[in-house]
Design a protein around this ligand. Structure first.
Ligand SMILES: Nc1ncnc2c1ncn2[C@@H]1O[C@H](COP(=O)(O)OP(=O)(O)OP(=O)(O)O)[C@@H](O)[C@H]1O
Length: 532
């Protein structure tokens, strides 16, 4: 594969919607972009890929007017817009959907979409008109969501749609999406592709940041690869394999978990699927984790986990697949001690948790990688070193006095072992790229002794090299006899790692199968409730 340096001439024949040249952006001592370039033709879907911390989000924030570059130039539709403000970018039709949603949960969908540009009726905001306009926009672009629903009540997939609607309502013709599928289920991803293709066919331009290389192949027309802040190659998508893209990103061959899924055994007929969690081979050792008759309610007071019972054996990865919002979050939070249990029993190594606190559960050997690293996993203003001991401070000091030498030594060890970049223990977590923030959580939870690990979306937002590493860590932990409960919206990940797989639907397991009996085709109908 040839990967020529980006030049205007090498771009498609169509006029360039985006032309960025020699962009430099530094934050204190950290260089996020150095001599970065990007050519995107009008009316194409362009994938921007690269390892965690390669500088993709920063480059797109420069384009969207969130950051002014230290050097370099930015042109949009042939106009020099270097250093413009977000308001100017929005009025010029450039909209960005960020990795972490920026919606107001207490407002309705329509109120969020029109926020800041509300239709007026005299001096008053016309919410009735807003709802009608949002409804008609939904119909026009095929993004279905109820304009009157409260954002707090939406699934992540629906919230994602609202973010896109927000940018389209402001007239975006250049849409930047930063890892939009990290939280979407497979059908929601397909729906998003339909929307993006329709946008492109309508003359719109899309820049898509994603770590999922199968998505790059499925939907993009061209690919730009960034490494260490700079652009290293740009090429058409047609004819390229995920392996080639991964090599361009990382500079070496990477074992892709997608390919691991190729080792699927013959699937069984859904009629033979068992819905009891003990459907696999006969258990040998006592369970690492035992859940009996668990009932948990959601924030809205509804039954989220509905009389669930299952065991996880030592040395087993038990994967839960399913569309988000079917009780997975509440299940993990209940086990971790973050949510009250209405009834039922949780036992670790034969001992009931009862009302033990989060810290006491951790001290008994429970580790937890939460699904939302910002809400549950990190304190963004704390340093990397402090985040690496979060919840375990009592192990790093005596009589309320912290042992800073031990904290620093721990940080250095974990930063090295989990390749957290930049390797600066004193840096606040906020200053790290999304993937490197995730590595802090993984390092804290897996870099200590534990017997059961709750791993929710463990590779959300991390690059192919890091996925390979995290998957190897999870397999090694399993091989060392740990019990692992894996929850992932990424079905390929569940298939690649699990020994047994349950599909969760409506707070129950719609099926539980040994891995050898599973395939994406078989599990799909259980995920939508069609086969439950
Ligand atoms: N506000 C900031 N303050 C300090 N450093 C920052 C800031 N934003 C980004 N950086 C640093 O710039 C580098 C590039 O980050 P960026 O978020 O652009 O990478 P990325 O390619 O989008 O990564 P990911 O795939 O993990 O999201 C990283 O080393 C990051 O730590």
């Amino acid at each position: 594969m040839t990967t020529p340096a980006p030049t205007a001439a090498s771009a498609a024949q169509k006029p360039l919607a985006i032309c960025m040249r020699g962009v430099v952006k530094t934050f204190g001592g950290v260089v996020a972009n150095r001599d970065a370039s990007l050519d995107v033709a009008t009316g194409e879907i362009h994938a921007l890929v690269g390892e965690n911390g390669a500088g993709k989000s920063t480059l797109m924030r420069v384009l969207a007017g969130l950051y002014a570059p230290d050097a370099g130039s930015v042109e949009v539709n042939g106009r020099d817009v270097t250093g413009w403000k977000t308001t100017e970018a929005i009025s010029a039709g450039v909209g960005m959907v960020h990795q972490h949603f920026m919606l107001v949960p207490t407002l309705t969908v329509a109120e969020n979409v029109v926020l800041g540009v509300e239709p007026q009726n005299g001096l008053r905001v016309d919410l009735h008109r807003a709802a009608i306009e949002v409804e008609s926009l939904c119909r026009k672009c095929g993004l279905h969501v109820d304009p009157h629903a409260k954002v707090a009540d939406l699934s992540v997939g629906e919230a994602q749609r609202v973010e896109i609607l927000k940018t389209l309502y402001r007239g975006a013709k250049i849409l930047i999406l930063d890892e939009p599928t990290a939280v979407l289920s497979p059908p929601e991803v397909q729906e998003l592709w339909t929307v993006l293709r329709a946008l492109r066919d309508d003359g719109g331009t899309v820049v898509l940041i994603t770590h999922k290389l199968d998505e790059v192949i499925a939907v993009s027309d061209h690919i730009t690869v960034m490494r260490a802040g700079t652009t290293v190659s740009r090429f058409p998508t047609q004819g390229v394999t995920p392996r080639e893209i991964a090599r361009a990103m990382v500079g070496r061959d990477v074992a892709l978990h997608l390919e691991a899924v190729g080792a699927v055994d013959t699937p069984v007929d859904s009629a033979t699927a068992d819905t009891s969690a003990n459907a696999s081979a006969a258990p040998t050792a006592a369970p690492a984790l035992r859940i009996t008759g668990l009932q948990v309610v959601s924030d809205r007071g509804l039954a989220a986990v509905n009389d669930l019972s299952f065991d996880i054996r030592p040395g087993e990865i038990f994967g839960i697949a399913g569309v988000e919002g079917n009780g997975q979050t509440e299940l993990l939070e209940a086990i971790a001690g973050l949510r009250t249990v209405r009834s039922g029993r949780i036992e670790l190594g034969g001992q009931a948790f009862g009302t033990l606190s989060v810290r006491e559960r951790a001290d008994r050997g429970l580790s937890h990688i939460p699904e939302d690293r910002h809400r549950r996993g990190l304190v963004l203003d704390y340093s990397i070193a402090d985040n690496l001991i979060l919840g375990r401070q009592h192990h790093f000091g005596t009589r309320g006095k912290l042992d800073h030498a031990a904290i620093d030594a721990n940080a250095k060890e974990q930063i090295g072992r989990f390749d957290i970049r930049p390797p600066m223990p004193a840096l606040p977590a906020r200053a790290l790229s999304g993937g490197n923030q995730q590595k802090i959580v993984i390092a804290r939870e897996m870099g200590r002794s534990f017997s059961v690990l709750l791993a929710a979306q463990p590779t959300r937002g991390v690059d192919v090299g890091a996925i390979e590493f995290i998957h190897a860590q999870l397999r090694a932990a399993r091989d060392a006899g740990k019990g692992i409960l894996l929850i992932s919206a990424d079905l390929t990940e569940v298939l690649a790692l699990s020994d047994r797989i349950a599909v969760m639907y409506g707070g129950r397991f719609a099926t539980v199968l040994p891995r050898a009996a599973c395939s994406a085709e078989l599990l799909g109908p259980f995920m939508t409730g069609a086969a439950a």
